[in-house]
Design a protein around this ligand. Structure first.
Ligand SMILES: [Zn+2]
Length: 165
């Protein structure tokens, strides 16, 4: 499935999401510094305030669920005092995996925004499309490709760096 590229009518939507994606990229760079796969995420509430941030910390936390999205959604839920993130947006640098796509459905997330596609494990349009599966009764709105090049370049750099060591 190919994502619609931003046309003039959606360019404003993409531009509006760039500050949040830049914040997620900052988290991803922090993960890179900790030698974790550089993926970062933020959760925005209905007014666009950041209510949770996260970065991949699977190695450091020795937690198989330590993906940026899960960390950010946990922080957002804790700050709201509820598991229900309806009306919130998850902004993440890489297309979510099946676990994170599933968690965003469980959280009743309003909108899922991602940067780079993950053709090897992506579950929001690449290998699967968990969040838009019509058999599920909740389907977050998806916006893909925000600052995709920047998000992808960080991952490419990380894996190139790891190969030479
Ligand atoms: Zn994940």
């Amino acid at each position: 499935m190919t994502e619609p590229r931003p046309g003039p009518e959606t360019a404003a939507v993409y531009a509006g999401l760039e500050p949040a994606m830049r914040r997620a990229l900052r988290e991803a760079r922090e993960a890179f510094g900790d030698e974790e796969v550089p993926v970062g995420a933020v959760v925005l509430d209905g007014s666009g305030e950041i209510i949770g941030t996260g970065r991949n910390d699977r190695e450091r936390s020795a937690d198989p669920t330590g993906h940026a999205e899960i960390v950010a959604m946990r922080a957002a839920a804790a700050s709201l005092g509820t598991w229900r993130l309806s009306g919130c947006a998850l902004v993440v640098t890489l297309e979510p995996c099946t676990m994170c796509a599933g968690a965003s459905v469980q959280a009743r997330l309003g909108r899922l925004v991602y940067g780079a596609v993950d053709p090897k494990a992506g579950a929001v349009g690449s290998l699967w499309d968990v969040v838009r599966d019509r058999r599920l009764n909740h389907r977050p709105e998806v916006i893909a490709g925000v600052l995709a090049d920047e998000c992808g370049a960080l991952l490419t750099e990380f894996f190139a760096h790891r190969r030479v060591r």
